[in-house]
Design a binder for this molecule. Structure first.
Ligand code: ZN
Ligand code: ZN
Length: 648
């Protein structure tokens, strides 16, 4: 082995030769010491490896630091091991389930056995964790036989780990040991615990072993760790801010929507205020779509099971979603629609088409139903019934690029109108190495992928290409927005589909009088109204832009003398299509102002004796404070110009 050389290629395509058996850490050091100090884990070919792992074959290497996703998740997963060690030290005899990293931090599922899990001392765990980290513990990897792995955890009497080992093949099992704690784990981990400088347990929750309600409920400790103290403090501030902006909390305070246990879990009800927001967004989209030549249709909330067998959705959703609806008189079965596409394919089939009619853009605000596990439900972002701003564009292959660009223009307009300034797109393409899971002609795929890439380039949008993320029927573009708390949300999507038109036997007659299958583009700029509004609420903290605000203006009379005047002002506003009302309560003006602020009404018009006698109003704008006295006429023209600029 001694003289064997291996070829290592780097992300910049350079290739260097090293002695076989060299570790990624040593390779990093050979490049630069400062790099070596920063890196946490490496990816090596298709694997993630500990930095100390010996490399013995040619391959491509990439280093990951705290700054990237892989670095963070390895950092957090490694922290889960340390947290387990701290817990085991403080509560001897506890048993461990699994301890993965999650989007923000990590958790470990723990069976506290005889210890009362409701009385665990979080601050003690936090202290112990930090003192363990300071010991510079190394994560030591060893390959163990299945027999030895079973023996170890039998001795430890940990039935959860034994169950996990049961599902593993002999020869594939590895242990990691740091300090006095050994865990069953595939790895990789960061080189040492000394990288971890701050830690906080965020939440204690119950979690059934393997997510199954029939199993024992374990205690899930959610926690997060960072490479310095400041990052933890920043994170906690952000977390507080996120709590304040939680759409479930604001949804209740502003009476936008609610869930009724009696109606059913995950089935939201829009209240009058929320309905206004939703309706205005729909109207906005409706008129934008009309400008772009969309045709709107309305289809029912259910469809025959056959429809979804044809579309393939029954295969995908049938077993795991709402079950077919039986009818008394015949043998037909119906499904709550999980997707609008099959209905729209039938709309296309309504009559024969010539190439001259394409593209045909069929749009619908269609409500769909999908059964989500109750544990997965989350406010309006994860529900069982939601309305998509859906449309299906049937076009020729030559029209795909132009159509995709037009859809992107629409999506960009939506983002701009709602001040989502920060976003990027992800282009999901085929797996470069394995083409087998994709249906359809390779040439068509190449063409569609190119069309998407070129469209994004033409729009000059920041994009990442993800190989292997395409749907089996075609590539897609997803829009990810960054909200005011720097959180990333997936919103609009554009998908190219060669498959569904074939399944529905759709066609058109081309120039040469030949039958051709159209391409289908699925697209939904908002994604779903429910999720979109939830994200919008958190983004703007419930301060909707003027055109969406449930109540745009509130008139606050200072005393009883001016009640009639206030009412007249209100009438001139509502006559002009504004949503306004008068606060007639017998409260002090300061209280009325405060309440209007809590309701996040954009404009307050204060009227007292002096306003009445001069036929004016005193205007207070939520974002700017007092902006002075003016006539109702001047106010109307100013608010109308506000409204017209906001959606253009
Ligand atoms: Zn691990
Ligand atoms: Zn669709």
């Amino acid at each position: 082995m001694g003289n064997n050389l291996i070829k290592i290629s780097f992300p910049d395509s350079s290739v260097k030769e090293y002695q076989s058996g060299i570790s990624s850490m040593e390779i990093a050091k050979s490049i630069s010491n400062s790099l070596a100090k920063k890196i946490l884990v490496a990816s090596y070919n298709d694997d993630y490896v500990d930095l100390s792992r010996k490399l013995t074959r040619d391959g491509s290497i990439k280093f990951h630091t705290w700054e990237d996703k892989e670095g963070k998740s390895t950092f957090w997963h490694s922290s889960a091991h340390i947290m387990a060690e701290a817990v085991e030290k403080l509560y001897p005899g506890v048993k461990f389930g699994i301890g993965p990293s999650i989007e923000n931090g990590f958790y470990y599922d723990i069976d506290f056995q005889d210890h009362d899990s409701s009385k665990i001392d979080i601050s003690k765990i936090e202290k112990e964790f930090i003192s363990l980290c300071a010991k510079n513990l190394l994560f030591d990897r060893s390959e163990v036989s299945k027999k030895d792995a079973v023996r170890y955890f039998k001795e430890k009497d940990d039935k959860y780990k034994l169950e996990l080992i049961d599902g593993l093949d002999d020869g594939s099992i590895t242990f990691y040991k740091q300090g006095e704690f050994t865990d069953l784990c595939r790895g990789p981990h960061i080189p040492s615990s000394k990288f971890i400088k701050s830690f906080k347990v965020l939440n204690v929750a119950g979690a059934y072993w393997r997510g199954n309600e029939k199993n024992k409920q374990l205690t899930r400790l959610y926690a997060i760790s960072f490479p310095n103290q400041q990052l933890l403090e920043d994170y906690l501030i952000k977390l507080e801010e996120a709590k304040k902006r939680d759409h479930r909390k604001i949804g209740k305070e502003l009476e936008l929507f609610f869930f009724s246990e009696k109606v059913g879990q995950g089935l939201p009800i829009w209240l009058p205020n929320g309905h206004i927001v939703r309706e205005n967004l729909i109207n906005f989209m409706y008129s934008e779509q009309k400008k772009q030549g969309y045709k709107h249709v309305t289809s029912p909330h259910i469809g025959s099971k056959d429809l979804y067998v044809t579309s393939g959705h029954y295969d995908k959703y049938g077993e795991s979603s709402f079950q077919p609806i039986q009818v008394p008189s015949d043998n037909d079965e119906y499904l709550l629609k999980p997707m609008n596409c099959p209905h729209h394919c039938e709309v296309y089939r309504f009559k024969p088409h010539s190439y001259k009619e394409l593209p045909l853009r069929i749009a619908e605000f269609g409500t769909v139903y999908r059964y989500e596990q109750s544990g997965e439900l989350h406010g309006m972002t994860r529900v069982r019934g939601f309305t998509q701003d859906d449309a299906h564009i049937f076009c020729t292959i030559d029209q795909v690029k132009e159509e995709v660009i037009a859809v992107m223009d629409l999506i960009l307009k939506v983002f701009k109108s709602l001040s989502f300034e920060n976003f990027k797109v992800q282009i999901s393409l085929r797996d470069k190495e394995d083409n087998s899971k994709y249906i359809g002609d390779d040439k068509l795929w190449d063409r569609a992928e190119n069309d998407l890439i070129e469209s994004v380039e033409e729009k000059g949008i920041e994009a990442v290409a993800e190989y292997g993320e395409a749907a089996f029927y075609g590539p897609k573009i997803d829009f990810m927005v960054r909200d005011s708390l720097e959180r990333e949300w997936q919103l609009g999507t554009i998908q190219v589909d060669y498959q569904l038109p074939k399944r529905f036997d759709l066609n058109y007659i081309d120039k040469n009088n030949e039958k051709k299958t159209p391409v289908l583009i699925h697209r939904a700029p908002f994604g779903s109204m429910e999720r979109f509004i939830a994200i919008l609420i958190e983004h703007c903290e419930g301060n909707f832009p003027l055109w969406l605000a449930p109540e745009q203006v509130i008139i606050l009379p200072i005393n009883d003398n001016v009640k009639t005047y206030a009412e007249n002002v209100n009438t001139s506003l509502t006559d002009n299509g504004l949503r306004s009302s008068v606060d007639f309560r017998n409260e002090k003006i300061s209280k009325k102002v405060r309440d209007a602020e809590l309701k996040k009404v954009p404009y307050m018009l204060i009227v007292g004796d002096s306003e009445m006698s001069s036929n004016t109003i005193s205007v207070r704008k939520k974002t700017e404070g007092d902006i002075g006295k003016m006539s109702v006429k001047d106010f109307l023209s100013s608010i109308k110009s506000d409204l017209s600029t906001s959606t253009n």
